[in-house]
Design a protein. Structure first.
Length: 354
């Protein structure tokens, strides 16, 4: 569904809530733009979500890979330099991704791991095994942020977010003019959103490969809760900290079967269909990630349940006529053919981060 522009939504929020939200259009890859914003607002905290968010988009071709890395890495680099020069005590809350870690054969810690090596011990950043040029851009961000906190004393929280699902937050329920975009396509959509859209459209739920790929997931409502808790509990000057921002772990196949079963209760019969996996990734792997720091700050998770999936399906059913079935099928492939040329089209990951 279509949504108003950010400035229009901000004005609408002011009309119904009486709270002013200032807006300022800027390009983070333009350093002067970033400085102008910080000098005007003098923020106590910056919540940085201004990055290209799609793994499939970053793997489409050299232009999209370059756009992803320039936008994300240069934009973040400009921001931390501008903070250093204009508001060095400001708290930077940066959206990272669980995809930075990859799928190691050990438990994933929250940002750091203690290593014993040849009789000596140290706590080091957890090793990163990103799976796309998008995820690589997030790793580069993390390295720059660690460095900026260390040498300049910046306050930084890296929110390594899992796959987000859901239709609305409590704030959005006040008016349809406040609702966010609902991405269900195979390039920018997330996997549960896509499955729900496919179910409502009456087409097979497409699982990539065996479907045992496991990831962390969280409700869109919890993303807002996590940001609020993070801002209210800032780090010390010079502290770089990582919060693994997700609430539950599921395999892709588990999610597909959950949607299939819930759809059946609503009289919608769909099947789960396996298609070739376009990613170069392990389909059967260990996955157990620590995610306690936000819970310790008071996060109260919204758990995925049949009721929640049913409510998502209901809202999508009301917009069924607007579903574009063409965008549900994948169009980007990670793999290289035998001649060494990247295939132009095949499949995508079911959305940003999945």
């Amino acid at each position: 569904w279509a949504i108003p522009s950010f400035s229009e939504r901000a004005r609408h929020w002011q009309r119904i809530k009486g709270t002013t939200i200032g807006t300022y259009a800027a390009d983070l890859t333009d350093y002067d733009d970033v400085v102008a914003v910080l000098r005007e607002f003098r923020p106590d905290a910056v919540i940085h979500f201004a990055e290209q968010p799609s793994a499939p988009f970053s793997m489409l071709n050299v232009a999209t890979a370059r756009e992803t890395q320039v936008n994300n890495v240069v934009g973040t680099l400009n921001l931390i330099w501008a903070m250093r020069e204009n508001c060095p005590d400001c708290h930077l809350v940066k959206l990272g991704t669980m995809g930075e870690y990859g799928t190691p054969n050990i438990d994933i810690e929250e940002g750091f791991i203690t290593v014993n090596h040849k009789g000596r011990s140290d706590t080091l950043p957890y090793p990163k095994q990103p799976g796309s040029f998008y995820h690589l851009s997030k790793v580069h961000d993390s390295h720059n942020l660690i460095f900026a906190a260390k040498i300049w004393g910046l306050r930084v929280t890296d929110l390594n977010q899992g796959v987000v699902y859901g239709v609305q937050t409590e704030e959005m329920s006040a008016s349809k003019l406040l609702r966010t975009s609902f991405h269900y396509d195979a390039t920018f959509g997330t996997v549960l959103n896509r499955f729900c859209a496919q179910a409502v459209a009456g087409i097979p739920l497409t699982v990539y490969g065996e479907g045992h790929q496991t990831r962390g997931f969280l409700n869109i409502k919890d993303t807002i809760q996590c940001i609020d808790l993070t801002v209210k509990n800032p780090p010390q000057p010079g502290e770089f900290r990582v919060f693994n921002q997700f609430t539950e772990q599921f395999s892709v196949l588990e999610l597909a079967n959950l949607v299939k079963g819930t759809a059946a209760e609503k009289g919608i019969k769909v099947k789960v269909e396996s298609i070739p996996n376009p990613r170069t990734e392990m389909e059967r792997h260990h996955y157990n990630a620590v995610h306690t720091r936000l819970l310790d700050l008071g996060l109260k998770p919204h758990r995925l349940s049949d009721t929640l999936v049913a409510s998502m399906l209901q809202e999508i059913m009301e917009a069924k006529a607007e579903i574009d079935e063409e965008v549900l099928l994948p169009k980007v492939n990670w793999r290289v053919d035998r001649t060494g040329m990247v295939e132009a089209e095949v499949a995508a990951a079911g959305g940003a981060d999945r």
